[in-house]
Design a protein around this ligand. Structure first.
Ligand code: M6R
Length: 611
């Protein structure tokens, strides 16, 4: 989705804005631009395509000025052209805006503004915002921004720049925005990673906030009448991510770096949370009494996080012996879910800003259910607005393809399952001590898995890269993992992939298996081992090239599959954490072999903040 940056301070704004846009480029974009103000004159440079185009256009030509805004656009209304790129200006060329989100009532506003003589240049919804601001502006940007925001419907984050003012004004409404606080300089950005090079102190803005950002001060107000009397002080959040966490180091892609960070990410998820045989989840603000009373568990998420949710369903049902549902957030929010005060809805999200997941949380809360967010980004909307939170602590995830956030989510769900079991006095499977010991050993097993998986995944990835289709099979907890493998492969390599519960294949999809079609089977579950063997026989009989991911001790595959990848032995409920590594590496290697833009796959955005 779109990325926003703003700078006000003592340094030249243009290079800072372009560099920070680069830091946000992982969100996905198709054009980029900046506006820099100096002595009442604002220079705008914006171009379709990569940020590099913008950088080149500015080389030797940088506009002077120490205040400005920048934007990466992911087109929604209007094609990705220069004229549609942000910033957008008013008729007089004195006021400028960058926006993230969607202005739903823009057609009506546009008609009104056209009738009042405003001239529109773009096909975007955003342009109404700046003409509306022009209507209200009489030298006070803050006041005009409040009046403008009050007329808008939809979800939006806005940053305004006026030629004649030494401040930026930012507005947040259902689209993320933060203010980074530096020494004698301040920043505005749509996410924390854009300011980490300069500061780790941020204000996370709330819905309805209108904020004046000067070099030495930040003032918060609101455009929502119902919040007019609410306190305007915001707590300064100190972020524990480091600037190095968002650099690629020596890796060719962020995705590969993040795959290799998984032992450390999982270690951080576990850190301090198993103490003297007890599970400690400090941020989990739900009383033991409340947890004991829960009579239905629901897990809701999108994309990769939804695959973690499916794993969570298997896990919680197995551990707690209670019914658990797992839903895609965009479906859950519209299917009138049956919830009440004894329901617990668990929302899983890396970013904590996915629009459908947030809407699902609101839907659950409006039906009286308690909500628990399993989230990576501190201070994100889900983290702040759910009734309780468990942080996954994976560190910043930059690549569009989610990897370390996924394994951290699986690990957090395992901790959560144990925690809830303890509160409900349910005995843990495998024996308590044994189970907790295995959990703590996961980082070491992940290290080992990376070693064994790398060469095999490269060979398989290269084979798959030459094919049109690929199928992934699994049963039990291997089924969501198969789905995750297929999603990873599709999103970064563009090879068509499907995942199937292995027993379901013969109900239709097996018709698509032809001579040479690669089929990768995840088979880490002993009680369905023989069933998986039968399913592999079925696809082989139709000409498939077969590959298998197993755990130590897997047997009888010699004449059945072309190659086997063996993972370290762990309790069966934990195997998806390890099997995720080959799933991710196969996709990575296929995409690399095809020369794809691994970190920024076409059409995709890192965080989907619109419906
Ligand atoms: O930030 P979230 O975890 O809520 O994002 C959910 C999905 O958009 C995300 O997992 C997406 O599917 C990834 N690109 C998958 O790699």
């Amino acid at each position: 989705m779109c990325g926003i940056v703003g700078y006000v301070g003592k340094r030249a704004a243009a290079p800072i804005l372009v560099d920070r846009l680069d830091d946000l480029s992982y969100r996905g974009y198709d054009s980029a631009g900046i506006a820099v103000a100096n002595d009442g004159v604002v220079v705008v440079e914006k171009l379709p395509g990569k940020i590099e185009n913008l950088r080149k256009a500015l080389t030797g030509n940088e506009p002077p000025g120490t205040i400005g805004v920048g934007h990466t656009r992911w087109a929604t209304h209007g094609a990705p052209t220069q004229v549609n790129a942000h910033p957008h200006a008013d008729c007089a060329g004195k006021l400028f805006v960058v926006q993230n989100g969607i202005i739903e009532n823009f057609p009506a506003l546009k008609r009104e503004l056209l009738a009042r003589g405003h001239e529109f240049r773009s096909q975007t919804d955003t342009e109404v915002v700046i003409h509306l601001l022009e209507e209200y502006y009489d030298g006070d940007l803050m006041d005009a921004a409040k009046k403008t925001a009050a007329r808008l419907e939809g979800s939006f984050a806005l940053v305004f720049l006026a030629a004649d003012e030494r401040r930026l004004v930012a507005v947040r409404y259902h689209a993320p925005l933060i203010v980074g606080v530096g020494g004698g300089e301040n920043f505005v950005a749509s996410d924390i990673t854009a300011v980490l090079q300069d500061t780790n102190k941020v204000y996370v803005l709330e819905n309805g906030d209108v904020v004046s950002v000067e070099a030495h001060r930040v003032d918060v107000d609101t455009f929502l009448p119902q919040r007019a009397k609410a306190p305007t002080e915001r707590r300064l959040t100190i972020v524990d991510w480091r600037a190095e966490d968002v650099s690629k180091n020596d890796y060719p892609h962020y995705m590969l770096k993040e795959i290799y960070e998984q032992p450390r990410a999982v270690e951080r998820t576990l850190q301090g949370r198993i103490k003297d045989g007890e599970i400690v989840l400090r941020e989990m603000d739900l009383s033991p009494e409340r947890i004991r009373r829960v009579d239905s568990f629901h897990i809701v998420a999108c994309g990769t996080a939804y695959h973690a949710a499916l794993f969570g369903k298997y896990l919680l049902e197995r551990v707690l012996r209670v019914p658990v549902s797992a839903d895609i957030a965009s479906e859950f929010r519209y299917r009138a879910p049956i919830l009440g005060p004894k329901s617990l809805v668990i929302l899983i999200s890396q970013s904590g800003e996915t629009a459908d997941t947030i809407a699902s949380m609101e839907e659950a809360q409006s039906r009286g259910a308690k909500t628990l967010a399993v989230v990576n980004v501190r201070g994100s909307t889900l983290a702040r607005e759910a009734d309780a939170v468990v942080y996954t602590r994976a560190g910043p995830e930059i690549a569009v393809a989610s990897t370390k956030a996924f394994t951290a989510q699986l690990t957090a769900l395992m901790l959560l399952a144990c925690y809830v079991a303890d509160q409900r006095k349910v005995e843990l499977p495998y024996g308590r001590e044994e189970l907790l010991r295995h959990l703590l050993e996961l980082p070491a097993h992940l290290e080992r898995t990376l070693e064994v998986a790398a060469p095999t995944a490269k060979a398989w990835g290269e084979i798959i890269a030459g094919e049109r289709d690929c199928y992934f099979l699994g049963r039990n907890v291997d089924e969501p993992l198969a789905r995750e493998a297929a999603l990873k492969l599709k999103e970064i390599s563009y090879v068509h992939a499907e995942a199937y519960a292995a027993g379901e294949l013969k109900h239709g999809t097996i018709a698509l298996i032809t001579e040479g079609t690669p089929v990768v089977s995840f088979m880490t579950q002993k009680d369905v081992w023989d069933k998986m063997i039968s399913n592999i026989h079925e696809v082989r009989a139709r000409g498939a090239r077969t590959f298998a991911v197993v755990c130590e001790g897997g047997y009888g595959l010699e004449d059945l599959v072309e190659d086997v990848l063996t993972l370290p032995a762990v309790p069966e409920l934990f195997t998806p954490v390890l099997a995720a590594i080959p799933a991710q590496l196969i996709a990575y290697e296929a995409a690399a072999a095809l020369g794809r833009d691994v970190d920024q796959p076409r059409n995709l955005a890192k965080s989907v903040t619109v419906e």
